[in-house]
Structures are given as C-alpha cells and as structure tokens.
Ligand binder design. Structure first.
Ligand SMILES: Nc1ncnc2c1ncn2[C@@H]1O[C@H](COP(=O)(O)OP(=O)(O)O)[C@@H](O)[C@H]1O
Ligand SMILES: [Mg+2]
Length: 254
C-alpha cells in the first residue's frame, strides 16, 4: 500500500508545487522509495519544476481520467530524479469537470485510475490546482494525508480554517475515514511581527500540526526556475535544509 499525500490550497502561489515536487524528490532520493507525483493543475508546473516538457505532447492525467482506453503506464513519465515518476497535467484539465459531469462516480475517478499504482509505488504525491471543485474533490478522495501550505499573510487563518473544514466535510460525505490533515506548512514567510503572529495563531488553532515555516528563500525560487529540485540545484543550501526539515515532518505525519 502506497502512502498518498496531497498538497492542497485553493489559493495559487502559496508553495503547493514547490513542496509537492521537493517532498516527492525527498522520498525518492533521500529515502530510496518509489514515488509517483501526480499533477492535477492546468499550468503543468510540476513537470516544469522537474524539467519535463509537457508541451512537447504525450498523454496527460486528463487522458487517464477521461479515456478508458488509456492505461496508467501510458501516462507515467520518468524524471531526472531516480525513483521519481510523474503523471503530468496540462491545459486540457480545465475541461475535466464538464467531461465528467454526467458520471455518477465522477468524484472517485482519480482514485480509480490510480488503483494499480498502489502496489507499484511506496508514495503517491498529488499537486492540486488552486481551486475547490471536482478536481480537488478527486484529489481528496484519492489521498489520505493532506498537507496545507498557507502563506503567512493577513487572511491566512480564515483560508486555512475553511480548508480544514472542507477536508472534514468531504471525508464525512464520502465516508473516507482515513482522510486527515496531517500538516500545515506556513509558506512565503517573512520574519516580520505580523508573520510571526500568524504562525503563532496557526499553532494555537491547529496544535501539533504546524511545521517550521518555509521562509522566502531565493535558492528555492531559483531551483524551480532551472527546472530542478532543491536537492539537484543546491543540496547544501539553507533552502535545502529547510525543505528537508519540512519533508521529514511530513514523513512523520505527526
Ligand atoms: N520558499 C520560497 N522562497 C521563494 N520563492 C518561493 C518559495 N516557495 C515558492 N516560491 C516561488 O513562488 C512561486 C509560487 O510557488 P508554487 O509552489 O508554484 O505555488 P502554487 O503551486 O501554490 O501555485 C514560484 O515561483 C516559486 O518558485
Ligand atoms: Mg502549483
């Protein structure tokens, strides 16, 4: 049985993809586990961050979800990181909710198409889109451990509480009893008084669930722009140490 970890936040630009890719590469490279990273966003940033060219064509997660003739092994791509494979996503994922609308099982399609991966991989990681809709519901029903990256800005607390509530509602509605929020990762964090206050508040609201903040770090941004994980780009940097601490925390799932 593979662990299934998803990175979710309905806001864009809060570090979902950065965390999903680097945590996936942590399990693959540092823990020598077989990892499948599944991108669900229309922007295809998980592929970009791994230096995989999706625009060059090939099947994506959309084909897997909407065409019963397409099998999992046809959409999985190797990456430059050993033990790490990718199911890429691209623009056509925007059409998924319309395509699946008439299917009574539409919320469980992702879980269904990934069933064969359960035996083949140790960890499956999901990079969710920045919205709450059918795609994210599919992610919640395919995953078990939810990580919420939260930018430590003024409205963060509201947004975070809402997302935790959504995860709980979906878990209840679909009887997915193993679904739970395991970590909240403060991201894009600045050590200002307000930033620190927000982290403290998150810790009060969500005891034991808040990891060390992912501070603003140029090396982390650079790695992504080079199409590399932090472990390939700058393994001895402060950014790498930071991401390793966060990844270990997610690994322990406290
Ligand atoms: N700790 C960080 N320090 C600096 N830049 C970051 C950091 N984390 C993410 N970024 C940058 O912020 C942008 C948005 O991050 P991303 O992970 O793509 O967010 P999301 O997937 O939630 O939209 C990217 O350009 C990324 O490189
Ligand atoms: Mg993203």
């Amino acid at each position: 049985m593979a662990r299934r970890i998803a990175f979710i936040n309905e806001k864009g630009g809060v570090g979902k993809t950065t965390l999903a890719v680097n945590v996936a590469a942590f399990f693959a490279g540092k823990r020598r586990q077989k990892v499948l990273l599944v991108d669900l966003d229309t922007q295809g940033h998980a592929a970009k961050t791994l230096g995989v060219d999706v625009r060059a064509g090939g099947l994506t997660v959309f084909d897997l979800l909407t065409n019963p003739a397409v099998g999992l092994n046809q959409v999985i791509r190797p990456t430059a990181v050993e033990n790490l494979w990718l199911v890429p996503s691209w623009k056509e994922m925007a059409e998924f909710p319309t395509r699946a609308a008439a299917d009574p099982e539409r919320a469980k399609l992702l879980s269904k198409v990934l069933a064969p991966a359960d035996e083949l991989y140790d960890v499956i990681i999901f990079d969710a889109p920045p919205s709450f809709g059918l795609v994210t519901t599919n992610v919640l029903l395919a995953a078990e451990e939810i990580v919420i990256p939260v930018a430590t800005t003024y409205l963060a607390l509201d947004g975070c509480a809402e997302m935790v509530a959504t995860v709980e509602r979906v878990a209840k509605e679909y009887g997915h009893t193993r679904l739970r929020v395991t970590q909240i990762v403060p991201t894009l964090h600045r050590k200002t008084q307000m930033g620190e206050e927000i982290v403290e508040k998150l810790k009060q609201y969500f005891p034991r669930k808040v990891s060390e903040p992912m501070g603003l770090n140029v090396t982390i941004d650079e790695a992504q722009s080079h199409g590399k994980t932090i472990w390939e780009h700058a393994p001895w940097s402060r950014g790498a140490t930071l991401l390793q601490q966060i990844a270990e925390r997610i690994e322990r799932a406290l």
